[in-house]
Design a protein around this ligand. Structure first.
Ligand SMILES: [Zn+2]
Length: 422
């Protein structure tokens, strides 16, 4: 269906011949015109100077990974088969040996994987984030970066917070605006109420997001339950607001869900990480019912296995079905695009005039994708390796499966050598 006329003369290039996943999550035959990094028209184009052929493709918003730790590719496959507390201790011991240049390399590999599997924007928290930032800048991807805060380790809190503030201010709107920043207390188990309060206030003063792991494990939920209040305990910290991106919320009870909804908190659901670490299943259907902005994340490659958002979408859908609840394909696709972009404060996640041209082309001419319902194929059958072309802000990062800005072979070789030496 054609619902708009495309003025191609105004465009730098036009994506032609594909089916567009429209903001209402329906597929429509349309071309997409892009100029200065922005979608300028969606409709039919008669001609254009430069075209990108989307024949047999679904043209859809790039996926938004709402919770990850890019340098954690360094620890993929380490500390396996452990339950959460033992796993966390094992990971922290290994992270103590990771250097800033390691972080750069790990983040670079994650960027390669994300580009190849259709992610165009993401929320990223780790240590040595200045070195992750330089890798992400090189990749061309869009990231919201936080330098994690865990209290203790011999560093006074005020020094730690001053350092994080310097990072937030230096790297916000960096790399032509593709990189922004946020504050990132690790969790209410590893940060005091005082630290959570101070970081919340800093996020307000600097007008940036704040993210934290929230109600991820039963143990953390029980810590907060001491006064029988869960998220009510956190109200005085100022943490609960539209600036908060909470990861996991597996142990959110009905009152917590209402609080998340009332305060406009976004929740990043990480189904694969939660299953792998055995922490439980997030109440996604209940959160959606209460209009919580639920998005999808992969978590780091150690707890999540991969950065493939298609795998996370599929697992999210299957977990809902496993509980005997209805899964709407549109809801799953929205969580990975529209909701994720909203949580990160990006004018992206939709193929719509005026939105950022963060777009992927999914090659549907594959044996495992032919069927009755292309949306079902996207959620239940596609993998990240079906993404053929990817762009961020109109800059093509991968074309016909070839990455353009990073030497993929070189990164993999360096990474393998690092693993061998670790
Ligand atoms: Zn995490």
């Amino acid at each position: 269906m054609i619902w708009n006329l495309c003025k191609s003369a105004m465009s730098e290039f036009v994506i032609t011949g594909g089916y567009v996943l429209a903001p209402d999550m329906k597929l429509k035959r349309a071309d997409v015109a892009v100029s200065s990094g922005i979608i300028t028209q969606v409709g039919e184009c008669q001609s254009a100077e430069q075209t990108i052929d989307a024949k047999n493709c679904i043209v859809m918003p790039g996926l938004v990974n709402a919770h990850t730790h890019t340098p954690m590719t360094l620890l993929r496959g380490a500390c396996e088969n452990l339950m959460f507390e033992q796993w966390q201790e094992c990971i922290w011991n290994r992270e103590a040996k990771i250097t800033p240049s390691d972080v750069h390399l790990g983040s670079l590999l994650a960027c390669v994987e994300m580009i190849k599997t259709g992610t165009t924007g993401f929320a990223d928290v780790y240590i040595h984030m200045d070195h992750a930032a330089s890798a992400i800048k090189k990749s061309g991807l869009r990231g919201v970066l936080g330098w994690g805060v865990i209290e203790g380790f011999g560093e006074p809190l005020h020094e730690k917070l001053a350092h994080r503030r310097a990072f937030v201010r230096q790297y916000n709107n960096w790399a032509d605006g593709r990189i922004t920043t946020m504050y990132a207390p690790h969790s209410p188990s590893t940060c005091s109420m005082e630290a959570l309060g101070l970081l919340s206030r800093m996020s307000e003063e600097d007008n940036v997001l704040v993210t934290t792991h929230l109600l991820e494990t039963r143990k953390e939920a029980e810590t907060l339950k001491k006064d029988n209040c869960h998220l009510r305990c956190l109200k005085d910290t100022g943490l609960l607001s539209g600036r908060l991106l909470a990861a996991h919320s597996v142990w959110a009870n009905n009152e917590d869900i209402r609080i998340l909804s009332q305060h406009g908190v976004s929740v990043a659901h990480n189904p694969i990480s939660n299953m792998k670490l055995g922490v439980g299943t997030a109440p996604v259907t209940a959160m959606l019912r209460e209009h919580v902005n639920v998005c999808i994340g992969t978590d780091g490659a150690a707890p999540g296995g991969s950065m493939d958002m298609f795998a996370s979408m599929r697992t999210a859908a299957l977990l809902i079905r496993d509980r005997g609840q209805d899964t709407h394909l549109q809801d799953i696709l929205k969580m990975a695009t529209v909701n994720g972009a909203a949580a990160l404060g990006l004018l992206a996640g939709q193929i719509k005039k005026g939105f950022l041209a963060d777009i992927i082309l999914v090659d549907m001419k594959k044996p495992h994708l032919l069927g009755h319902d292309p949306l079902s194929a996207l959620v239940y059958s596609a993998t990240g390796s079906d993404v053929k072309t990817s762009m961020v802000g109109g800059e093509v990062l991968m074309e016909d499966y070839r990455i353009k800005k990073i030497d993929e072979e070189n990164v993999m070789e360096r990474f393998q050598k690092w693993i061998d030496d670790f």
